[in-house]
Structures are given as structure tokens and as C-alpha cells.
Design a protein around this ligand. Structure first.
Ligand code: SAM
Length: 219
């Protein structure tokens, strides 16, 4: 029988609660987005300050993106996943549920806000998925600079948008032909998207609805 961790009642209830909390924080998010601070969002130097203002705000992927992550991970038979940007762990739950249903594996996820890491750990524990997840605390530019698995099957980029190309530099040697990358808010990282679309020998890359970029390593 095919296992479907994502439809387990406790995970359905947990995700409903987390998306509900995210909706409830929408006005706080809008206040930051409309303030002077929004200019920090795409800064290559002030991203830490920007995300500090958002430390109480969940910022999860959409339900559709979560479902897509689950499907890609299952379809790829992935066992090794890297996530840039954990926040409260919503996308991590989708990825880890798929890993569980693939028979196991490991997700390395990265977050620099310690209060968010505590929340993500709670949620992944409640989901019964924490055993599949390694949360690296600190700036991903540093925490992803060492001890990566030989190959990464699926990568989610959902941290500071200005850093997607720098994160790619750190992980690129671990991608294999067939590795999948999903970048959220792709319009805010033209350098990354440009690399994915112009290096046509190495990558096949398409924009998807919801401002996602889906790319596959070709060789
Ligand atoms: C959009 S949220 C991630 C949402 C998460 N993927 C989800 O679906 O629940 C981005 C997160 O990345 C974190 N972040 C941004 N830049 C980072 C960096 N350089 N290193 C570590 N974490 C970072 C922020 O603190 C924030 O919590």
C-alpha cells in the first residue's frame, strides 16, 4: 500500500493551524512590506535586518507550493534535500512527509532566527518528522559552506532573495544530473534565474505560476 504521510490527520490539522496563523499575521506582514524597511528585502547586505523585522511572522510557502514540493520529492524518489529558509517549518513538513513516504532520507534546512528554529523544531516534532531533519542555525552562506551530502536530489530556495546565486555557488558541486531546484519569489533574484536560463547545457529551467522557478540539472 502507498503511504501518504501528508494526509495523516495530525499533519492535516497541523498545516491548517499553521496556515491559519500565517493568514492572521498578514496585516503585520503588509505593514513591514509597505514601510521604508521593504527596501532591505533585496539588499545583499541588510537581509539580516529585514528578516529580523519579520521574526514573528511565519512567511510560509503557499499550500499549492507545498503540494508541489511533496509531489516533486516523491516523483524524484528523493532521499537528500536542501532547504534555504526554514522559518516555522511549513515547507519542511511537506518535504519531510515526502521523504518519509520515499522510505527515509535527510533534509538539511537553514535558518538564522533562533526563535523561528525553536518553532520549526516544535512543529516538526508534532508532525513526527523531526528525525529526518537537520536544522543548521546561522547564516546559510556559512552553514552551507561545509558538510553537505555528496548529492542533493531536491533543493528549495526560500531565504533571502538576494542570496540565491551565492547559495547556488555553495551547493552546485552537489547537484547531479536530474537534481531539481525550486526557487520561490524568483522575480526577486534575477541573477539566479539568469544563470538557470542562460546555462542551457547545464540547466533546464521554467517559470511556474506563483512566481516560482523550477530548474533541473542536466549534466
Ligand atoms: C520566506 S521564509 C521561509 C518560509 C519557509 N520555507 C516555509 O515555507 O515555511 C524565509 C526565511 O529564511 C530565513 N533566512 C533568510 N536569509 C537567511 C540566511 N542567509 N540564512 C539563514 N536563514 C535565512 C528568514 O529568517 C526567514 O525565516
Amino acid at each position: 500500500m502507498v503511504t501518504n504521510t501528508l494526509s495523516s490527520p495530525h499533519i492535516v490539522q497541523l498545516l491548517d493551524r499553521l496556515f491559519h496563523e500565517a493568514e492572521a499575521s498578514e496585516s503585520a506582514l503588509q505593514a513591514v512590506a509597505q514601510s521604508e524597511a521593504s527596501r532591505l528585502m533585496t539588499s545583499r547586505t541588510a537581509y539580516r535586518e529585514f528578516y529580523g523585522l519579520l521574526r514573528e511572522i511565519p512567511l510560509p510557502v503557499s499550500r499549492e507550493t507545498g503540494a508541489l514540493l511533496y509531489m516533486l520529492t516523491r516523483a524524484a524518489g528523493a532521499q537528500s534535500i536542501l532547504e534555504f529558509g526554514t522559518s516555522f517549518g511549513v515547507s519542511t513538513i511537506y518535504l519531510a512527509a515526502a521523504l518519509r513516504d520515499n522510505g527515509g532520507g535527510r533534509i538539511i534546512t537553514t535558518e538564522f532566527e533562533s526563535s523561528k528554529i525553536a518553532r520549526a523544531r516544535e512543529h516538526l516534532t508534532e508532525a513526527g518528522l523531526i528525525d529526518l531533519v537537520e536544522i543548521r542555525e546561522g547564516d546559510a552562506l556559512e552553514t552551507l559552506g561545509h558538510d553537505l551530502p555528496d548529492t542533493l536530489d531536491v533543493v528549495l530556495l526560500d531565504g533571502a532573495k538576494s542570496l540565491y546565486a551565492d547559495i547556488l555557488d555553495r551547493i552546485e558541486a552537489h547537484l547531479r544530473p536530474g537534481s531539481l531546484l525550486l526557487a520561490d519569489d524568483a522575480n526577486r533574484c534575477p541573477e539566479f534565474v539568469g544563470r538557470m536560463r542562460s546555462d542551457t547545457k547545464r540547466y533546464l529551467s521554467v517559470p511556474l505560476t506563483g512566481d516560482l522557478e523550477l530548474s533541473m540539472r542536466m549534466c
